[in-house]
Design a protein around this ligand. Sequence first.
Ligand code: B12
Length: 242
Amino acid sequence: MTRHRNLAEELIAEVKKFDRIQAGIASINKVLEGPSYKAAAGVKWQDNHAEQTIQWLPNAGSLLVLAMHHPRDKPELDWFDRGNTAGNRRMTEISESLVAWLLRTHGIRGQALPYQEERGGVYLKDAAVFAGLGVVGKNNLLLHPIWGPRVRLRSVLIQDHLPPSAPLDNFNPCFRCDMPCRKACPLNAFEGGPYRRPVCMQQMESDRENPIESDQIDSDGSPIFMTEWCRRCEFACPVDKK
Ligand code: B12
């Protein structure tokens, strides 16, 4: 057990070498039993993420969950173009370098998981809660104690059983908050209380249909257009408003 504990600590320290990234470890079984897996998603979001479908490594027991700060002044991390976002591409690279580090230094296999659950990813907010990275707030987003909801998530499967990170205690940022996040939604996706996925999806569809011109140029000299997703429920959250 001590060997596993040391390894978990070393792995998390390795992640901290990357700028504005934090990590925690969750048990896979716990994540797969989480509320998102129990909820019926209803209307499916048709997304255009171009990531490969994968088969999980056999006998994997743990997930390394990564949270990357996504500040207001770096909107480009979220811009979607040609199958992905810059933020997701960065997190994939970091995940792959951590997989290589695990094998090189400890002989343990890992696997960088894709973004979508249906391609072999996991529901990342649940994973992040169980990895001690935050709590789910009234805006239905993971609230990190330092970065609030302004984080992007990703995970790496580990073919071993590492001790899970401790859950966050005494962090109840929505307690007595008058929920500006819920009032900020342009389509009132929180009218009546809980998050209404089909309503939020209308906003996302509209974002997708109205791409913005970026300052990047394609090989044929024409400007590249990007989708800029709505972030109003994120920006309105008072937990560290950076
Ligand atoms: C499909 C999807 C969408 C769809 C559908 C969203 C939805 N919530 O259903 C659309 C396109 C509409 C969308 C919108 C947005 N998304 Co989105 N989305 C996803 C994706 C791929 C899967 C989410 C999903 O289907 N969940 C299943 C449904 C049934 O559950 P849910 O609505 O999320 O609610 C569950 C949780 O809140 C959980 N929960 C609630 N309380 C608690 C308490 C505990 C203790 C636990 C464990 C769990 C838990 O249980 C709920 C179900 O009962 C994830 C990435 C991933 N692989 O997880 C990103 C993801 C959730 N999205 C993200 C973001 C940022 C957004 C947007 C802000 C848009 C944007 N700028 O990118 C909005 C915000 C909407 C909102 N307020 O929830 C981030 C969230 C980061 C964060 N801080 O939480 C994620 C993780 C992607 C990423 N890049 O990191 N998204």
